[in-house]
Design a protein around this ligand. Sequence first.
Ligand SMILES: [Zn+2]
Length: 347
Amino acid sequence: MVVFLLITWSLANAFLPVQAPGQSSAAYTLVGAVTAGFFLAGLVAHELGHALLARSLGVRVRGITLWLFGGVASFESTPSSPGAEAAIAGIGPLVSVLIGGALLGVAALLPDSLPAFAILWLGWINLSLAAFNLIPAFPLDGGRILSALLWRWSGDRVRGTARAARVGRVLSGAMILLGVGELLLVPGLGGLWLIMLGWFLFTASRAEESSVTIRHALAGVRVRDVMSSPVVLAPDWITIHEFLENYTRPNTFTTFPLRNFDGKLSGMVRLHSLLAVPPDQRQALAVREVAQPLEAVPRATPDELLIDLLQRLAGPAEGRVIVMDGEQPIGIVTPADITRGLQVKRS
Ligand SMILES: [Zn+2]
């Protein structure tokens, strides 16, 4: 929405009145808004290119997010070969180039008019989108293509990604310096944009590198290798007071799967949610009233690969997962379990 409004505003107040003067401000705003809509459609087409090709190459696609710097297609798994990685990264800019080229062709055929200038702008912006995304810095497409090339040359994905991430960091560092220089030497705040962009690319490169390192370290590790087991399956109908007295004293667990009166798994409760209830209310509240219901609790099988589970969880920070053997909860995976597994594997 912010991008849509910004683009509409800048087209209606700057670009269009300069190119095609003498129209009403309603006409500028209308054409500006329609053009901004098509700009976003172009972003979606770019990301759909990534997503659809990825899906056809067997990579699971979680979704597409549109945001301030464009769009991001996020994947639940990774391509199996450098060729697939390069193709998935390269198709987005290719889509943008095709759209941009076609629009410039159309604009060249039209007589000078408000819509013709809007189409011209759309054509150039799609070409710039392709060019910008080809900068070899993560998480831009160019960074992924570079990483695929380095992967192919070295035969090692982790090393390839690490090198590409380093290139990305140098480039983004240079962008930040340029931005600072621009702020100091050129009037106006244009440099801020470069600094923001550079900073964003810098952190994204680091995140990409550590995610690949973790993926490498966790290769072959299954959920059963790190889970805490056995679990204490606690009743969900007793009061919090009773629970704290009888279930938290004899052991050191901080997360408990719960069962209902029929003996079925009904949810999960964490010690800190129980302790957050003021002592004078603990006699009156049942455990299930502060528990996470079953639908909200992620579950895994013992043979699932840990890395798949992490990708499924998206944010592992609060993630506690119940490990199920059929209907029976047999373990729990917490962030601490994952950290410990990682340390053991690394050593
Ligand atoms: Zn892209």
